[in-house]
Design a protein around this ligand. Structure first.
Ligand code: PAF
Length: 282
């Protein structure tokens, strides 16, 4: 696996793959890799000839400096995991190299950041889109792979990629879960034993919503999720709601839809966890 930190070298690597006719798949990450990331690499390998990954803890997307400082970092272990997973190139830029001292751009998100994570994390999605654009600019992937766990991030990146005609195809990949249902996340490593034990309640709340979805009212389905969480007062809920599957606009009625999505975020001990679940009529 090639390990590159200079953006122009990553661009040259990618250009060389394309000259040889290879399709480049890309998995952008912030490191602290888990099986969910490795599943993205595996999917990229299935769909592409060459796979690049990046590790860059992007300061622009952290609105809380403590969260940035505490974000887990394990670059050598991550590099080994990526190599074993069959990654061909690891891009590890620093902030100076990636942004060159330029000011962040302001992207039109058409209201996709107005709900859910948006109000709690001002500027977060602008930071995500800025870094993804910079990474794509250098890596020039044919396809880029993103986990559905970060549903709003995925929706926003797809939207920007479509509206700005980015040449990269955005490929969504299913959330990987621990055996007790907790969605895999780099942040899970910061949960102590008691918080780790209560964290799967988020998924159980989503499942309770799914059980009633489309058979009861939106509010009744949502209340079923809230009832699950009420069992543990240590979980500080930020939001639990039901949204349109494509626009993520909050729903108050099922509006004849066949699909929707339930989204949740909560503070569990020192960690803010997010998750979501597709709801289907049937
Ligand atoms: O999902 C993440 O890990 C990050 O938000 C991403 C897409 C790598 C951008 O920093």
């Amino acid at each position: 696996m090639d390990r590159l930190s200079v953006p122009s070298e990553a661009a040259a690597w990618s250009a060389a793959q394309r000259r040889q006719g290879g399709r480049v798949g890309f998995v952008p990450t912030m490191g602290a890799l888990h099986a969910g990331h490795l599943a993205l690499v595996a999917e990229a390998r299935r769909q592409c000839d060459r796979v690049a990954a990046s590790i860059f803890v992007n300061p622009l997307q952290f609105n809380n400096p403590e969260d940035l400082a505490r974000y887990p970092r394990q670059p050598e272990a991550d590099a080994r995991l990526l190599e074993e997973a069959g990654c061909d190139m690891l891009f590890q830029p620093d902030a100076e190299g990636l942004y060159h001292g330029t000011s962040p751009l302001r992207y039109e998100l058409h209201g996709l950041d107005l709900h859910w994570e948006g109000p709690s994390r001002p500027g977060h999605f602008q930071g995500v889109v800025n870094v993804v654009e910079r990474l794509f600019h250098y890596v020039r992937p044919d396809r880029a792979f993103f986990g559905e766990k970060d549903r709003q991030q995925l929706t926003i990146i797809r939207h920007v990629a479509n509206t700005l005609h980015w040449p990269t195809v955005i490929v969504p990949c299913p959330t990987l879960r621990e055996t007790d249902g907790l969605a895999m996340s780099s942040r899970n490593q910061r949960l102590g034993p008691a918080d780790r034990a209560r964290a799967p309640l988020l998924y159980r709340a989503l499942q309770a919503v799914a059980d009633l979805a489309f058979h009861h009212s939106v509010e009744e389905a949502r209340q079923a999720g809230l009832d699950v969480l009420a069992g543990d007062p240590e979980i500080q809920l930020d939001h639990l709601g039901i949204a349109h599957p494509d626009t993520l606009v909050p729903l108050t009625h099922w509006d004849g839809l066949d699909r929707a999505v339930a989204l949740i975020a909560a503070q569990v001990g020192p960690v803010r966890l997010i998750d979501n679940l597709d709801l289907r009529r049937g």
